[in-house]
Design a protein around this ligand. Structure first.
Ligand SMILES: C[S@@+](CC[C@H](N)C(=O)[O-])C[C@H]1O[C@@H](n2cnc3c(N)ncnc32)[C@H](O)[C@@H]1O
Length: 225
């Protein structure tokens, strides 16, 4: 089954309908990111946006926001909610991985997974003040994303972490849907763009639902040349 079919089915069955709140990481830091720009907050891009919990939040904060996801069912849910709350998001139904995507990635070691990424899945999208990628593993994508940041722009990433913290940790069981400690920063460091690390975290957090998750977060700012 391909990614689109699988995720459409999951969203139609109600996946994430009990998680409408935006990410804590994003909410806690949004003022810094938005105020960094002297005038309006500017353009924001939410990759693998799902049903748009973070896209809608960014639009509400004044960002001109685009959300991309492979699942039309997720986007339909996000679009309906955005309309309900009177917010505008530009929705794009598009995959971020080359053909095969996660299905192949699950069986492949990390070095091979890198080959699955499309060369630049957002090559015509231009540059952004803020790009977020939350809870979708796309090996190699962060290096490319650095070219899509405006000077002074921010990249915020949050992924499930590979861990040895025991069975009580919530989230995906397959390591293909988790990243190793340090992996996010290694991808950014492969970029030719100058950057500053604002936050680099790996550890356990308590989810708003009460579950304990192993998470890694990276927040970097692209510097001027
Ligand atoms: C765990 S959800 C995270 C959604 C959202 N980022 C959030 O934090 O609520 C993963 C998302 O990745 C999307 N996805 C799966 N495969 C994809 C692909 N190949 N390209 C783009 N999006 C994909 C799914 O449809 C799903 O919405």
């Amino acid at each position: 089954m391909d990614d689109r079919t699988r995720w459409d089915a999951r969203y139609r069955e109600g996946a994430y309908s009990q998680r409408p709140w935006p990410s804590d990481f994003l909410q806690q830091n949004i003022r810094v990111v938005a105020n960094n720009n002297q005038q309006s907050p500017g353009r924001a891009l939410d990759l693998a946006c799902g049903a748009g919990r973070n896209s809608i939040f960014l639009a509400e904060q004044g960002f001109t926001t685009q959300g991309i996801d492979i699942s039309a069912a997720a986007i339909a849910r996000g679009a309906a909610y955005a309309t309900k709350v009177g917010t505008k998001v530009g929705w794009v139904c598009q995959g971020l991985l080359a053909q095969g995507g996660v299905e192949v990635a699950q069986a492949a070691p990390v070095a091979e997974k890198t080959l699955l990424l499309s060369q630049d899945p957002i090559r015509n999208f231009g540059q952004y003040q803020l790009i977020i990628l939350f809870r979708f593993v796309a090996p190699g994508l962060l290096t490319t994303l650095m070219d899509h940041l405006l000077p002074g722009g921010h990249l915020m990433v949050e992924e499930h972490l590979r861990h040895d913290l025991g069975e009580e940790i919530v989230g995906p069981r397959s390591p293909a849907f988790r990243v190793a400690p340090g992996a996010l920063l290694a991808e950014v460091a492969a970029s030719t763009q100058p950057y500053e690390v604002i936050e680099d975290f790996a550890g356990a957090i308590t989810e708003p639902s009460g579950g304990k998750a192993a998470i890694t977060r990276l927040w970097v700012q692209r510097l001027s040349e």
